[in-house]
Design a protein around this ligand. Structure first.
Ligand code: ADP
Ligand code: ZN
Length: 729
């Protein structure tokens, strides 16, 4: 889009408002061009938009208003508008909602805000004091740099009034600069680590792709600790050398800190960050600088994929199997799949890294759509832990206890050696069920069809669906019996209690997202634990995600059966991934680790595949099962969720939709349901789901759009469409 429009020409502007088409406006004084970000009047308001092309001219010209102004930000690249159009089509999301996702930074229209920075001035100091001397030496030592007041005062170890005093004397100059400044340059020519043989092979293959500057997706598979991060950092280096930008997506904010440190060590400066922990001003800076090409590398959460890169040459999706890449509310998209789309449109390389790839990526590699690179050995002396089952049927364990005698013995052995153990349970809180022993009532959430989970740490019951909490009652809300409520089943807090009792001399620490107010506190805790601040770590799946625990030699999975059950199509795959990821935490440094899986069904195919380490065997078996059932990734699925405070209304519409499948019938798709969703009520809204299943090649989006358009949707009813659903709740 390079069209130029003179003042008064008609232009179409796509706004972030929920309208079904771009609106016509007149180009402002000075003209504008396709892709320009603009502010336009809409009713009484001013809204953000993008010039989408020439106006349509189907509206009374005398009533058309003018674009208010062109914003001082880089225009949208043609590849970016292509991307949001295609992503909108794929996910059946209205284009304005996609544009909103692509402009999630506050104050893009504001005049660039200024801030004060401090440099060496010309004036005389007058009376020199040690404090004043320190300020001046800091400024002399770092000649070209500008400091904020706080940075300068901290660096010189003085109060800000000392600096202010020097400003008055003119010895320090106070200057105004724009707040949104470029990110420090990364130097891709700094030396990297000496690579092992298979690392070298992987890197040179990735560099070839990088040199051609064409699209390609690579599945980079290697056990935890095999050096995947090292390898893709070399790809980042090659990308930066080409003068193109790179994006690294991580599944968990807690992981970014470690990654930032590694980037700084490799390239001499920190990259830009984009996730929910970043301040609003910093978000705006990042958004703008990415657009101007002044941020070479961005590390972030899934929504970073919608940043306005000027020239994106590489996208890395680390831990690509992670479920957090799927956005589960608002715009329902999978950042992994959308990365491949964007890479395609940007002629960029895409690297999907994982120790345990998703079946989708595995089968795309099998089919030759993705290149596959394997790192087969752990770096250095670290080896994969041994994996063993503890058959819980043979263990003598009283009710209400979860650590088997065998596992207890193993932990005690580590304690004697001064080594670390991790006990893993994928359940937050104290206990999943609070049961009244008098009447059998289980305490549920008033708003949702879900049980309340006891969180003893916070002394409250919490609904994991809506986040609602209430105090732990003394009497049963059903039968009013006093003191008969009891906790049933294990959660991470309860396991901690048990471990403290079993290992009285050990330092026991809990790692669960509930216990930390902020990402920073959590990160600090992870680092402290990794550095050896605990002997026994009790953790939820938080620990499964990529962090290094070098002192860990034992992992005990408390309930390996927990995630095998459930109605989820991907239950086996998830269990396999999770167990292998957790097991991968052990034995990272020079000590070999062991992982024990407590299970009631050691002969279950998934448990057997985990234990034997026969990954390819597992994938092949899982793939052929899905293939036979026509399930993803060998067939297409879409979930339709209808929700409303009125139960009758959702069922009526659901029934009508299942009876009149018209356009879906034409592509040979089947419709299942309506059925109550597995969680039938959330925040007071009743939920009903329909499932659409079609052949892989069927144009499912077009057909669904036509199908849905046949029905009148009542006002308070929400209909959401989930293409390639990941979870079925
Ligand atoms: P992964 O991403 O596969 O989990 P990492 O890249 O984090 O693996 O590597 C694991 C550890 O081994 C890290 O501490 C990393 O710095 C180190 N490492 C990997 N490759 C090398 C290498 N070629 N030289 C030195 N250290 C390496
Ligand atoms: Zn609830």
């Amino acid at each position: 889009m390079t069209d130029w429009f003179n003042e008064g020409d008609l232009v179409a502007v796509l706004t972030t408002q929920p309208l079904d088409r771009p609106l016509d406006y007149k180009a402002p004084e000075g003209g504008c061009w396709s892709g320009a970000f603009v502010e336009v009047p809409l009713g009484p308001r001013k809204v953000l938009g993008v010039v989408w092309g020439p106006g349509k001219g189907d509206f009374d010209r005398s009533r058309i208003r003018s674009v208010t102004r062109v914003l001082n930000v880089a225009p949208m690249q043609p590849s970016m508008s292509d991307f949001i159009i295609k992503a909108a089509d794929y996910t059946l999301t209205p284009l304005p909602a996609m544009l909103r996702l692509a402009t999630r930074a506050p104050g893009l229209g504001d005049a660039p805000s200024m801030r004060h920075v401090y440099r060496l001035g010309e004036g005389e100091v007058g009376r020199m004091t040690p404090a004043r001397q320190r300020v001046l030496s800091v400024l002399e030592d770092f000649g070209g740099l500008s400091f904020t007041l706080k940075e300068l005062a901290d660096a010189a170890d003085v109060t800000s009034s000392v600096v202010k005093g020097l400003v008055k004397l003119g010895a320090v100059a106070e200057v105004q600069t724009p707040r949104d400044t470029p990110f420090p340059r990364l130097d891709p020519n700094l030396p990297g680590k000496t690579l092992s043989e298979d690392q070298t092979k992987a890197v040179s293959s990735l560099k070839e792709g990088m040199a051609e500057q064409t699209y390609q997706t690579t599945l980079l598979k290697g056990v935890t600790g095999s050096g995947k991060t090292e390898v893709y950092l070399e790809a980042v280096a090659a990308c930066l050398k080409n003068g193109r930008q790179a994006l690294v997506l991580l599944p968990e904010i807690a992981l970014t800190a470690e990654f930032l440190t590694r980037v700084e060590a490799r390239f001499g400066a920190k990259p830009a960050e984009w996730h929910s922990g970043v301040t609003m001003t910093e978000r705006r800076r990042t958004w703008k600088m990415v657009g101007e090409g002044h941020a070479q590398l961005v590390v972030g959460a899934r929504s970073a994929l919608f940043l306005p890169f000027q020239d994106l040459g590489l996208i890395v999706v680390d831990e690509e199997h992670d479920t957090s890449y799927k956005q589960e509310d608002g715009v329902l998209y999978n950042a992994r799949d959308m990365s491949v789309l964007r890479g395609n449109l940007e002629a960029a390389q895409v690297i999907l890294a994982s120790a345990t790839p998703s079946l989708e990526s595995w089968s795309n590699a099998e089919a030759g759509k993705y290149q596959r690179l394997d790192l087969t050995t752990r770096f250095g002396v670290a080896t994969l832990p041994d994996l063993r089952a503890i058959d819980m049927r043979a263990e003598d364990l009283p009710g209400g206890r979860w650590i088997s005698p065998s596992l207890r013995q193993e932990v005690e052995n580590r304690l004697a050696l001064g080594e670390q153990s991790l006990l893993f349970i994928n359940r937050r809180g104290y206990a999943p069920v609070t049961l009244c022993r008098a009447c059998g009532n289980q305490i549920g959430c008033d708003q949702c069809d879900a049980r309340m989970v006891e969180h003893r740490f916070q002394k409250r019951l919490m609904c994991h669906q809506c986040g609602e909490t209430k105090p732990i009652p003394k009497v049963c809300p059903n039968c009013e019996a006093e003191d008969r409520l009891s906790a049933v089943g294990p959660g991470v807090e309860r396991l901690t209690e048990e471990a403290v009792a079993l290992f009285p001399d050990a330092r026991v620490a809990t790692l669960s997202s509930d216990h930390y107010g902020s990402a920073r506190a959590l990160k600090e805790q992870i680092e402290a634990l990794a550095a050896g601040e605990a002997d026994v770590i009790i953790g939820t799946q938080l620990v499964a995600k990529g962090h290094n625990f070098p002192l860990l030699t034992l992992v005990g999975v408390i309930d390996a059966d927990l995630s095998l059950h459930g109605s989820d199509l991907r239950a086996a795959e998830r269990t396999f991934q999770l167990m292998r990821q957790v097991a991968g935490r052990a034995g990272r440094a020079d000590k070999k680790g062991v992982a024990f899986l407590q299970t009631h069904q050691p002969e279950h195919p998934v448990i057997r595949a985990i234990l034997s380490g026969d990954e390819e065997g597992f994938w092949a078996a899982e793939a052929s099962e899905r293939q036979m059932a026509g399930m993803p990734p060998y067939g297409r699925m879409a979930g339709i969720i209808l929700s409303s405070p009125d139960l009758q209304e959702v069922f009526d519409l659901g029934t009508a939709m299942s009876r009149n499948t018209g356009p879906l019938g034409q592509i040979g798709a089947q419709v299942f349901g309506p059925a109550p969703a597995p969680i039938a009520r959330i925040r007071g809204r009743h939920r009903v789901r329909l499932l659409v299943k079609a052949a892989k090649s069927a144009p499912i989006q077009v057909a669904i759009a036509a199908w849905v358009a046949q029905f009148k949707i009542p006002n308070q009813l929400r209909l959401s469409i989930d293409i390639d659903p990941q979870s079925f709740y």
